[in-house]
Design a protein around this ligand. Structure first.
Ligand code: AMP
Length: 290
C-alpha cells in the first residue's frame, strides 16, 4: 500500500492506473477506522481493480472546535488496517494541501441539506461535506465511490451533488455495520464510557422498536415517534439530549403524514457529551433493511 500526501503525487499514480484501464474505487473517510469503514473498503476492493482510501478530518464540516479537536486521529493503526484490507493507495492530505491560502469556494447542495443534521448542526456542516467530497472526487476521479448508509443524509447530499454537477462517478451505498448488540459502529464510540455505551444502545433500540411497530401495522408517524421516544427515555436519554427522532421520506427527508412504500427512521442524540446518529430504512411492503 502506498501512502500519498500530496494531490500531485496521487494524480500521477492514478494516471498510471487509468492508462491501464483499471477500475478505480474510492472510499473517503475521516480516519479512526473501524469495521464499518472496512466493509466499504472490502466491497471496493472486490468490485474494483484499484482501491484508494482517503483519511482527512475535514475542518469545514465541524460545527464546533471542541468536536473537531476531540475527533480521534489514529493514522498508524488506520494504515495497518487498510494494508490488511488490501488497499492500494492511502491518501492523507494535510489541511493546507486541501485548503491552501486563498481557498474560498463553498458547495451548497440545497434543500436536502436543511432538515435533520442540517437543522441541528447548521447549513455549514453539509457545505463542508459537499465541498470536500467534490474536491476529493475531482482529485481521485474514481469510477465508483463508496458511502455508508449510516450517514443517510450525507448519502442523499452526495447523490444530489453528483446528479446536479454531472460528476462521472457511480455511487455505491453500503449497509450500516453494527456491533452484535445493535449499536451502529462509529469512530466516536471510542469516546463512550461503559455506562455511556449502555445508554447509547437506546438509539438502535428505539429505531428497532419503531420498525417493529410499523411491521405490526402501526401507520401513524406520531405514534411511531412516541414509541421511539419512550425507548430512549427507558435508556435514560433525556429529551434535552435528543437532537431529533424522526420518520421521514427516505428520498426527500420531508416529514411523513402517512406511511407509503418506505420510511427512513433517523435519530441523533448526545450521550455523555458524544453526539451519535443512527437510522434504518423500513420497506413497508417487504423486509426491513438497516
Ligand atoms: P467517516 O469516517 O465517519 O466520515 O465515515 C466514512 C464513511 O464510512 C462514510 O461513508 C460513512 O457513512 C461510513 N461509515 C461510518 N460508519 C459506518 C458503519 N457503521 N457502517 C457502514 N458505513 C459506515
Amino acid at each position: 500500500m502506498l501512502v500519498i500526501r500530496t494531490i500531485a503525487d496521487l494524480r500521477e499514480r492514478i494516471a498510471v492506473a487509468r492508462a491501464q484501464q483499471l477500475r478505480v474505487g474510492f472510499v473517503p473517510t475521516m480516519g479512526a477506522l473501524h469495521a464499518g469503514h472496512v466493509s466499504l473498503v472490502t466491497r471496493a476492493s472486490i468490485e474494483c481493480d484499484m482501491t484508494v482510501v482517503s483519511v482527512f478530518v475535514n475542518p469545514k464540516q465541524f460545527d464546533n472546535a471542541a468536536d473537531l479537536s476531540a475527533y480521534p486521529r489514529t493514522e498508524s493503526s488506520d494504515a495497518a488496517l487498510l494494508q490488511q484490507a488490501g488497499v492500494d493507495i492511502l491518501f492523507v492530505p494535510t489541511t493546507n494541501e486541501m485548503y491552501p491560502n486563498g481557498f474560498t469556494t463553498t458547495i451548497d447542495v440545497g434543500p436536502i441539506t436543511l432538515p435533520l443534521e442540517g437543522a441541528t448542526r447548521g447549513a455549514h456542516h453539509f457545505h463542508g461535506v459537499a465541498t470536500v467530497v467534490l474536491k476529493l472526487l475531482n482529485i481521485v476521479q474514481p469510477d465508483a465511490v463508496y458511502f455508508g448508509q449510516k450517514d443517510a443524509q450525507q448519502l442523499l447530499v452526495i447523490r444530489q451533488l453528483v446528479r446536479d454537477l454531472n460528476v462521472p462517478v457511480e455511487i455505491i451505498a453500503c449497509d450500516t455495520v453494527r456491533d452484535a448488540d445493535g449499536l451502529a459502529i462509529s469512530s466516536r464510540n471510542v469516546r463512550l464510557t461503559m455506562a455511556a455505551r449502555a445508554q447509547a444502545l437506546g438509539l438502535s433500540s428505539a429505531l428497532f422498536h419503531m420498525r417493529e411497530m410499523v411491521m405490526h401495522g402501526e401507520r401513524q408517524p406520531e405514534a411511531v415517534v412516541r414509541g421511539g421516544r419512550n425507548v430512549l427515555a427507558a435508556f435514560g436519554i433525556a429529551e434535552s439530549a435528543i437532537d431529533y427522532l424522526a420518520v421521514v421520506n427516505p428520498h426527500t427527508l420531508l416529514p411523513l403524514s402517512e406511511f407509503k412504500s418506505s420510511v427512513l427512521m433517523a435519530v441523533a442524540a448526545h450521550i455523555d457529551g458524544v453526539r451519535l446518529i443512527d437510522n434504518i430504512i423500513v420497506q413497508l411492503a417487504a423486509k426491513a433493511v438497516a
